[in-house]
Design a protein around this ligand. Structure first.
Ligand code: CO8
Length: 260
């Protein structure tokens, strides 16, 4: 199978670009998440790499979030394996010692928003048609505590409280207003701006920046790291409920219909 993520490391600058190329919408399947974790691990261990830019090769979509097909009509064993991979993605990204920048060149709902928020800095294309947010409640499912924690750490408690209950998807301009993204630029400049920003972040002494990042993020990471099995059990129990499967089924039908 062809790679779902293209990794280009420029060892002269220390900047790697991870380009998601899993058509049509870069949904986070088990295969995608596994590849992501392996790529992150390789870059983390590579002394010549100090920063990673995440971006999409797809037109209009950064990532559609978790692959709903991995949660629909699957066995508890599969659901558990999938959820472990989702945890792994977040632990590796939120806890990375490298500088991470999301170059959000399209819509970024749910798991896509989580990935973006897990980076150190977010640059989004200034297209009002692109949206980003944790819209889980719209699917009748619930964003887990560590999704919530990541959003609280990004935009604060009050905004998160509203956003999670309403399943808010913010247009790019609204996302900038609430601080969900740091900067909007024309679509064609998203990647070049990310590279320029990365250069500034890399000018800071690594050890001092890394420790500062860890001071900010470690308590949030430890909460999940110390309760992974409980979190997996909770997810599997939740997602395999008939009522939740029914909600997901209805949402999938709506997705397909909307297209026609
Ligand atoms: N998973 C699987 N398939 C998807 C997904 C997805 N997340 N998103 C889109 N698709 C499929 C569509 O059904 C469609 O399939 P087909 O071609 O067979 O009809 C195809 O991808 C293309 O989609 P669109 O035609 O909709 O493409 P657009 O470019 O018009 O729109 C969007 C792109 C904006 C990304 C749109 O597809 C969209 O809104 N997708 C849904 C996004 C979403 O709601 N994701 C939520 C996933 S849940 C999650 O990430 C966290 C869950 C936490 C679980 C906690 C439980 C305890």
């Amino acid at each position: 199978t062809s790679p779902k993520i293209k990794v280009d490391l420029d060892s002269s600058t220390g900047i790697a670009v991870m380009k998601f190329q899993s058509p049509p919408v870069n949904s986070l399947s088990l295969d995608f998440l596994t590849e992501f974790a392996i790529s992150m691990e390789k870059l983390e261990m590579d002394k010549s790499c100090r920063g990673v830019i995440l971006t999409s090769a797809q037109h209009k979509v950064f990532s559609a979030g978790l692959d709903i097909m991995e949660m629909y009509g699957k066995s508890p064993e599969h659901a558990g394996e999938f959820w472990r991979a989702v945890q792994e993605m977040w632990l590796k990204l939120y806890g990375s010692t490298m500088v991470t920048i999301a170059a959000i060149n399209g819509s970024s709902p749910a798991g896509g928003c989580l990935m973006s928020m897990s980076c150190d800095y977010r640059i989004m294309a200034d297209n009002p048609r692109y949206s980003i947010g944790l819209n889980e409640t719209l699917l009748g499912i619930v964003a887990p505590f560590w999704f919530k924690d990541t959003m609280v750490n990004t935009v604060g408690h009050r905004e998160t409280e509203k956003a999670l209950q309403l399943g808010l998807l913010y247009s790019a301009p609204d996302a900038l207003k609430v601080g969900l993204v740091d900067q909007l630029v024309p679509e064609e400049s998203v990647l070049s701006t990310a590279t320029e920003t990365m250069t500034k972040w890399l000018a800071i002494p690594d050890h001092a920046r890394q420790i500062s990042k860890s001071i900010m993020r470690k308590p949030t990471i430890d909460k999940l790291a110390s309760s992974r099995e409980t979190d997996i059990k909770y997810f599997v129990n939740f997602i395999t409920k008939d009522s939740i499967q029914k909600s997901l089924g209805m949402y999938l039908t709506m997705l397909k219909k909307r297209k026609a």
